[in-house]
Design a protein around this ligand. Structure first.
Ligand SMILES: NC(=O)c1ccc[n+]([C@@H]2O[C@H](COP(=O)([O-])OP(=O)(O)OC[C@H]3O[C@@H](n4cnc5c(N)ncnc54)[C@H](O)[C@@H]3O)[C@@H](O)[C@H]2O)c1
Length: 407
């Protein structure tokens, strides 16, 4: 078995949002990067954007012009797989589509030397299925960066069922070299962070159907200490991403929790990038401005779906959104997709803006007392059904007077 500690040359596939940030990570840390996209224009645009980021850094006196140029010089672009032959690690960041990713991994497998590691930046897709498109599944894993990838600290290092330990170790070491908080995750839908986010997100939407406004939800969660409320986050990510993927998958569009998103997208209100989403933005500004029209639309949608508005307190918003994270985190631990509660907390602090002073969702649950957390979750289950069935591990710990994190 080859040793993988010696990663010297890196490749990145895809010159979109994530590819650009991932390239910066590596060149900033001194790695030469070969950057491939099928679309030459995207590569050109990517280089221009990276140069602009470095120009701002020079203006802020983070480094000088010569350093900016040295970083840019470490990037070479190509549209030919043959140029990837001697790379040690390739990170793929193309559209979130299984068939496309499998096609690319088959090509990479043929083009890149047999000892190289092949990684995917997929947000949700099955690493094992991607690995099955290659003859080297032991050298395939997920390297999941967070947007903006050159700024967000978190890196989920996702182990497939065949991924070799020395491949994991080599990638954890690379993660350190590029300054990331690397967290080991198992191969489940959404891994650690996005799997939990789905539950949080569902609660953030249900409370709006029941009577809160998106703005109130953000105020409540920002009051709790989240760097950004969920609706501001949807605007930053792009409201259309989920909308388009639901359309592609042909499922999920009919659920009332996404009707408001559907309406916004039909009006081309995609979020920050289109100047209007759940919030309004002035030209050239990222400052989210409360939009009462969104609140009105939220009410109309809820009424169409048969809800009668009630007062939803900020305490209830926080309890439901944060305990949804806690319960799913506990399930992830039960199923062995995270190694520790501390790892889950690192994912949330470094990837999702969870307030550092609260430790993370699992440490926060400990601070409340797991007996109280379990009682709240059981009350929610009695009122609202199986979404709130408590994780087995939570029940066990709460009944034993235990905690998720080390005291
Ligand atoms: N955007 C995010 O916030 C985010 C965060 C984490 C992970 N991800 C994941 O990262 C991946 C990329 O997302 P993105 O938002 O950067 O996408 P994007 O749409 O911005 O960019 C995709 C790029 O892939 C290129 N591409 C398409 N087909 C190709 C091919 N056959 N060969 C080479 N390049 C090809 C396109 O030209 C485009 O430049 C997805 O798997 C996504 O789930 C995205």
């Amino acid at each position: 078995m080859a040793a993988f500690e010696d990663i010297k040359k890196v490749g990145v596939i895809g010159a979109g949002t994530m590819g650009r940030g991932i390239v910066m990570n590596f060149v900033n840390a001194g790695y030469p990067v070969t950057w491939l996209d099928v679309n030459g224009e995207m590569l050109e645009k990517g280089k221009v954007e990276i140069a602009a980021v470095y120009k701002r850094s020079v203006a802020q006196e983070r480094f000088d012009d010569a350093e900016a140029q040295a970083r840019l010089n470490r990037i070479s672009t190509t549209q030919e797989y043959a140029d990837l032959a001697d790379l040690d690690l390739v990170v793929e960041a193309v559209y979130e589509n299984m068939d496309l990713k499998k096609k690319i991994f088959t090509e990479l497998d043929k083009a890149v030397k047999p000892s190289a590691i092949l990684a995917t930046n997929t947000s949700y897709l099955d690493i094992d299925e991607i690995a099955s498109a290659t003859q080297r599944p032991t050298q395939v894993l997920g390297l999941h960066f967070f947007s903006p990838a050159h700024i967000m600290k978190l890196l989920e290092v996702v182990r497939g069922k065949a991924t070799a330990q020395d491949v994991m170790d080599a990638c954890l070491a690379v993660g350190k070299k590029i300054g990331k908080e690397a967290v080991l995750a198992g191969n489940c839908h959404g891994f650690i962070g996005n799997r939990m986010l789905e539950k949080y997100s569902r609660q953030s939407r249900e409370v709006v159907l029941e009577g809160a406004t998106p703005w109130e939800v953000d105020q409540a969660l920002q009051g709790f200490g989240m760097a950004m409320g969920p609706y501001r986050m949807y605007d930053v990510v792009g409201v259309d991403l989920g909308w388009r993927s639901r359309q592609l998958a042909g499922v999920g569009r009919g659920e009332p929790i996404v009707w408001l998103d559907n309406k916004l997208c039909e009006m081309e209100r995609f979020g920050q990038k289109s100047g209007h989403g759940f919030y309004k933005y002035e030209a050239g500004s990222r400052q989210a401005i409360h939009d009462p029209e969104t609140d009105m639309m939220a009410r109309e949608v809820a009424e169409e779906a048969g809800y009668t508005a009630r007062d939803v307190s900020s305490d209830e918003i926080v309890t439901r959104c944060i305990l949804a994270l806690v319960n799913e985190g506990a399930r992830i631990l039960d199923e062995g997709y995270a190694e520790s509660a501390e790892d889950i907390d690192r994912v949330y602090r470094f990837g999702y803006g969870f307030p550092a002073e609260r430790g993370g969702p699992m440490a926060y649950a400990d601070s409340l007392g797991l007996d109280k957390v379990l009682a709240e979750i059981r009350a929610l289950e009695a009122e609202r059904g199986e979404f709130w069935t408590p994780a087995a591990g939570l029940v066990k710990l709460a009944e034993a007077g235990g905690r998720f994190t080390k005291a």
